[in-house]
Structures are given as structure tokens and as C-alpha cells.
Design a protein around this ligand. Structure first.
Ligand code: ADP
Ligand code: MG
Length: 307
């Protein structure tokens, strides 16, 4: 199977998106973005052995590289439209490629994102990189820099699952809930779109709550107070590792790809209220203060040091 056969076989599915005039097959993709919209573009790369275990299920590798890009698009408040794929393969294994493409098109299909082109090379390590673009109403993008004192800080979903799940991937794609949370992050695209033009600041949680919220605080020149009793923890995580370790994962573990955003409580869109949890408040004074009820708990960027 040569490069052209590989592209034709695995990465040439037809789309009828009006945004993609010409997709895979020519020297470049021709795109026709909706008029009068701002474009958002993101890129994320995953290196086998660094960002995911080298033996991770191929279908999950394909799903996850799309999901992590969708997460960045969601954190900007945009509607995802098209993507390109740069694939570096150690070998052209048809079974692996079939599964990988299946997972990739599955995740893309959930949000109507079109694979419009890419590049395929051979190398010493499996590397998958996706560039994704989307659009939004002019001036409505969500930045890290707009948080204001008094805003409520919310997160989507539950935190810490992926960090605990990384060690359980060998249980397979249909394995443990926590492993699925690592392998198949839920892209919060609908919530991001609902927040566009409304939330004061947003970020997606790829490095962990403390690390990523700190980026928002720094960019916004504000501080925050959190109460760890409010952090949303899944029952599966609590059952697997107990409360102390669950909090450590929630604060310092990465790979959750949930959204964290700041918005005045009165402006929280009603249609997403049941899907988010208030975890704290933005304060005027710089720095992140973390409480467990009445006691202040110490922590650092790598997580929660209290216990
Ligand atoms: P060129 O040599 O002109 O750069 P290529 O032979 O690399 O073109 O690619 C041929 C076509 O296949 C292009 O449209 C390119 O975007 C697409 N393509 C290559 N690799 C991939 C891939 N992994 N996924 C999707 N499209 C791809
Ligand atoms: Mg060319």
C-alpha cells in the first residue's frame, strides 16, 4: 500500500459540507467559510509514548486527537467546521489505519467537522497532528483574559477522571469508565457555543485545574477562591481512589478536556445550567486561594498537597 492508496482508502470520505469546496485530493483544500464570521484555528499534536500510551487502541487514538482539538475550538466558543491531519506512521498497517480512521471520523461526525486534507509521512515514531478551524459571530470569541472580580467560576463535567484512567487503558476501549474518560474526552462544543459573547473568560482543562485556571487568572490580572468541596467528582473516581486522591487528580491531573469559565452568575445561560458546576469566585486580589470548608489548603501547580 503506497501513500496515495492509503489516503484514498482511509482518509477520503465524502462530505457535503458547503464550507468545503474541494477537500482531499488536490494540492490544497478550498474552503468557503460563512460570510461575516470570525475564524478560529487551533492545532494539537499527540506523540505516541508521550501524550498517550504507544499501544493505545487505534480507534481511541483517532477519536482522541479530534476530541482534543474540538475542546480548544469549544474553549474559544466557536462552531467547528473543518480539519487537516498530519500523520507520521512507523508502518502502514491497514488494520490499524482502518480503526484509527474509524475513530477519527466518528468524533468528527458528532460535530459535522470535515477532514479536508492532510499529509502522510513515515517516521520513527507515531505522531498524529490535527489542525482544526471553526467560526463564530464577530467579536464573540472567549478569551482567557476577561475574568472580572465577582464572576462565578464554573466547570463542565467531572474532574480528575482522565488522570486516574490513564493507568487503566489496558482494560480496553469498552473498559473502565475512567479509562474511557482519558481515551475519549467529551468535547464541550455545545456549551462553548452557548457561552460565546457571554462568558468573561474560558479555557479548556488539558494540564489540570490549578495550572489552567492560573493561566486565566494571570491573563485577566485577577485572583480566585475555590472550595474543593464543590469540585465535581465522579462516583467512579471516588470509588476507585477515595476522596483525597480524587481531589489531587481533580486539582492537578490533566487530560480532562472539560471547560472552565468565568461569568457573572446572573448571565449563565439557562440551557447549560444543569451541565456545569460552580466551584468558586474570581477575586480582585491576585493569587489562587483554595479552601476545604473553613481551612485553607496548600497546593502547587502539580496538584493538591494537603493530604
Ligand atoms: P502534495 O504532494 O501535493 O503535498 P499529497 O500527496 O501529500 O499532496 O496529498 C494528496 C492529497 O491527500 C492532498 O489533498 C492532501 O491534503 C491529502 N492528504 C494527504 N495525507 C492525508 C491524510 N493523512 N489525511 C487526509 N488527507 C490527506
Ligand atoms: Mg502538491
Amino acid at each position: 500500500m503506497d501513500e496515495f492508496e492509503l489516503i484514498r482508502r482511509f482518509f477520503s470520505r465524502h462530505s457535503d459540507s458547503p464550507v468545503v469546496v474541494t477537500g482531499v485530493g488536490d494540492d490544497g483544500a478550498v474552503l468557503r467559510p460563512p460570510a461575516e464570521r470570525d475564524l478560529v484555528t487551533v492545532i494539537d499534536t499527540m506523540v505516541a509514548g508521550t501524550h498517550f500510551p504507544a499501544d493505545m487502541n487505534a480507534r481511541d487514538v483517532g477519536y482522541r486527537i479530534v476530541a482534543v482539538n474540538l475542546s480548544d475550538i469549544a474553549a474559544m466558543g466557536a462552531e467547528p467546521r473543518w480539519m487537516t491531519l498530519a500523520l507520521t506512521l512507523v508502518e502502514a498497517d491497514a488494520d490499524w489505519l482502518d480503526e484509527f480512521a474509524g475513530g477519527l471520523y466518528e468524533a468528527a461526525g458528532e460535530w459535522g467537522v470535515v477532514l479536508a486534507g492532510g499529509d502522510t509521512t513515515k517516521g520513527e515514531q507515531l505522531v498524529v497532528s490535527i489542525q482544526m478551524s471553526g467560526d463564530l459571530a464577530p467579536g464573540t470569541a472567549l478569551y482567557r483574559s476577561g475574568a472580572q472580580a465577582g464572576d462565578t467560576i464554573y466547570v463542565t463535567g467531572t474532574l480528575g477522571d482522565a488522570a486516574a484512567g490513564l493507568g487503566r487503558l489496558s482494560e480496553g476501549p469498552s473498559g473502565h469508565y475512567l479509562a474511557r474518560r482519558f481515551a475519549r474526552p467529551t468535547a464541550r462544543v455545545r456549551i462553548g457555543k452557548a457561552l460565546a459573547g457571554i462568558a468573561h473568560a474560558a479555557i479548556d482543562l488539558s494540564d489540570g485545574l490549578v495550572a489552567d485556571l492560573s493561566k486565566v487568572l494571570e491573563a485577566s490580572r485577577v485572583g480566585a477562591e475555590l472550595d474543593v468541596r464543590h469540585l465535581p467528582l465522579s462516583q467512579e473516581l471516588l470509588d476507585a481512589v477515595g476522596r483525597e486522591q480524587a481531589l489531587r487528580h481533580a486539582m492537578g491531573g490533566g487530560d480532562d478536556y472539560e471547560l472552565c469559565f468565568a461569568v457573572p452568575e446572573s448571565l449563565l445561560p439557562a440551557e447549560i445550567a444543569s451541565e456545569v458546576t460552580a466551584i468558586g469566585r474570581i477575586s480582585a486580589e491576585a493569587g489562587l486561594v483554595c479552601r476545604d470548608g473553613d481551612s485553607v489548603v496548600p497546593f502547587d501547580d502539580t496538584g493538591y498537597r494537603h493530604f
